[in-house]
Ligand binder design. Sequence first.
Ligand code: BTN
Length: 236
Amino acid sequence: MKYIFLNEVDSTNTYLKREYKNFDNLTFVSASFQTNGHGRYQRTWNASEGESILLSYLLKESKYIENFSYISMFTAAHVVQYLENKGIKDVTIKWPNDVYVGGKKICGILLEGEIPNYIVVGIGLNINQSNFDNVDLRHPATSLKILNNGENYSQEDETKSLISLISSFWDNFSDDWRLFDNFIKNHNYLKNKHVKVTNQALLFEGIVADIDSECNLLINNGQEIVKICAGEIEIL
Ligand code: BTN
C-alpha cells in the first residue's frame, strides 16, 4: 500500500486517472482541498479545506476490475463499518453509491476508470461541515461534526483511519465476492421505499424489494421484479 497526501489538487480521482500508469494497485491519494472535485453525472463536489475526507484509491489487478459491480457496494460497506466503529447509529447504503446516516447523505462514492486497465474509487465523506448551503447535493446532508454535537474532527486522522480499514480489507481479501451479501441487504436504505428510476431509457416506478448477490437493485413494479444494475434512484 502506498499513500500520497496532497495539500491541493484538482481532484484526487482525476490525479489517479492521470497517473495510473506510474502507480501500483492499492495506491491511495488524499487531499486537503480539491479545486475541481466532482461527483456522479458531472455534478460538482465542493468542500472547504479540511471539511471532508477526499480520498481515492487505485485498483489495477484484473480480479478487481472483472468484479467492477461489487467495488462500489464494497466501498459503501467499508464506509458503513468505519462509521459504525465510531459508534454512529442508523448508517445505511443508498444504492448504488451513497452512505446515509439517519436519512441524510454523509458520503458519496464515485468509480471511474478504464476497463480493463484500472479503476479509481473516489470517496467524499463529510466530516466538519456545519451547513450545506453551497454544496451541490440533491438530498439533505449531514457530517460527523453535526452528528457529534459540533465537535471538529481531524481530516488527517480520519482519512488515515479509513485508509487503514480499506487497505487491511483488500490485503486479507480471499476472492469471496459474496462476503458482504447480508451486510449490504441489512443496510439497504431504499428497502420498501417507493422509488423512480430516473436515468435509464426505461423510466418506471416501484417498491424496492432488495439488493441481490450481484449488487443489483430489485424493484417490484406491481407486475414483476425488475433488476437494475446501474442508474439513479429518486425516492417518491
Ligand atoms: C457523488 O456523490 O456523486 C460522488 C462524490 C464523490 C466525491 C469524491 S471526493 C474524492 C474524489 N475526488 C473527486 O473529484 N470525487 C471523489
